[in-house]
Write a protein that binds this ligand. Structure first.
Ligand code: NDP
Length: 379
């Protein structure tokens, strides 16, 4: 999906350390090509050296670094009608775990021995395609590699003056838009409701909670470490947050946190979080099924919640969605999110891992509590 297409932010967004911090480092700018670097990269010679991450074996359970392989390749000479991009940022996302399985889903499985795909931002370093010029920054879906070529299909330009480039993969990109679509397009969020979100300190969850707070909702989030709970309450403005590793009865915890019940549950986790939410939903409540990460590495499916019958008595609506099906909401998302960022009302964290060779390790961290906010790989 081309989040960056038709980007409507006219003026640069004034980011401050108050709303934009990273775990590994502060990111203010973007990498740019030094004069002559293009020659150094070999454009004009017959072949351009490249590095890619391939899927070596289909992971069993939690992926291991040995399931991936860093492969040195060469780019063929650039053909007419194509342009060449060097990636600067790549995104690692939980949905990629599903593509590592050899089973049909809403996206094709990754092929063994081939470079994987995923969101990325890079700079055009050579072009034989009208509409894309050397120096342009673009958002594409050929991450997990240093360089790629395209005819422009599915690629959109992004403006490095309007926002730091990495933000087109997070707060202003796919994960920010997932929160927006899920809350408004699917969940029909209303002012003042009681909202629960799981994986609340993550890329999607942290946006969900803060957007709901902007709509005067009472927001409770769950996350997996004391540091995250602290961030949710003191920085992101959640009303309450709890560490789901402490105590083993999420239903009971939610009962205490929501004395007046839950109107909207934004599910990123599934499993016991979903079951606990169903127990505590109000009449005609809505459950937005965004992701169920607690089961992504399971070799055998988790048993379903044993309390599904409550959906009937409580007249619940449970609806799943895929963000890329909703490009019609992109313009509203960019308008609203840009305004919230500019007014300092949205804060976010990024965990940045340096080096393409470390992308597998960055991906694996998504299945632990050992990161905060959006995980990105800087190349
Ligand atoms: P996050 O940044 O939230 O990273 C994943 C987090 O999930 C981890 O940091 C961890 O945080 C939590 N987690 C991992 N394993 C478990 C587990 N077994 N039980 C409970 N929590 C766990 O990822 P995103 O924000 O990118 O994605 C969040 C969810 O949204 C995912 O399920 C993803 O698949 C889904 N998604 C869906 C989209 C759609 O179109 N439907 C689009 C984008 C994302 P901690 O344990 O500390 O809480």
């Amino acid at each position: 999906m081309g989040i960056g297409a038709d980007y409507k932010v006219g003026a640069p967004l004034n980011y401050t350390a108050a709303n934009h911090t990273t775990a590994e480092e502060r990111v203010d700018g973007h990498p740019s090509l030094a004069p002559g670097e293009l020659l150094q990269y070999g454009v004009g010679m017959s072949m351009l050296p490249n590095r890619e991450i391939h899927l070596k074996s289909r992971p069993q359970g939690l992926p291991k670094e040995s399931d991936f392989e860093l492969v040195e390749t060469e780019m063929a000479p650039l053909q007419d009608g194509k342009f060449l991009v060097r990636n600067a940022w790549i995104s690692v996302d939980p949905y990629m775990r599903g593509r590592m399985k050899d089973s049909a889903s809403y996206v094709e499985p990754f092929q063994l021995g081939a470079a994987m795909e995923g969101g990325c931002v890079g700079q055009v370093i050579a072009s034989k395609q009208e509409g894309f010029s050397e120096g342009d920054w673009v958002l594409g879906n050929l991450g997990w590699r240093e360089c790629w070529t395209s005819d422009g299909t599915g690629v959109s330009k992004v403006d490095p003056q309007a926002a730091p480039l990495n933000n087109y993969l997070g707060v202003l990109g796919m994960t920010g838009m997932t929160a927006y679509v899920g809350l408004f397009g699917i969940g029909n969020l209303k002012e003042g409701e009681n909202v629960f979100v799981s994986a609340a300190s993550g890329a999607v969850g942290s946006m969900v909670g803060q957007i709901a707070r902007l709509k005067n909702c009472r927001v409770v989030g769950s996350a997996g470490s004391a540091e995250k709970i602290q961030w949710l309450k003191s920085e992101a403005g959640f009303d309450e947050a709890f560490n789901y590793h402490e105590g083993n009865d999420i239903s009971l915890t939610l009962k205490k946190m929501f004395p007046d019940g839950i109107d909207l549950y934004f599910d990123n986790v599934g499993g016991d979080h979903l079951a606990g939410a169903i127990d505590n939903m109000n009449q005609a409540g809505r459950i937005v099924c965004c992701g169920m990460i607690s089961g992504y590495n399971d070799e055998t499916p988790q048993p379903g919640p044993s309390n599904l019958f409550k959906i009937i008595g409580k007249r619940l609506r449970i609806e799943g969605f895929i963000v890329r099906d909703h490009p019609d909401q992109q313009e509203a998302f960019l308008r609203d999110m840009s305004a919230w960022i500019q007014s300092g009302e949205i804060k976010w964290e990024e965990t940045i891992v340096e080096g393409l060779e470390n992308a597998p390790q960055a991906f694996i961290r998504l299945f632990s509590s050992d990161k905060l906010g959006k995980v990105l790989v800087k190349i």
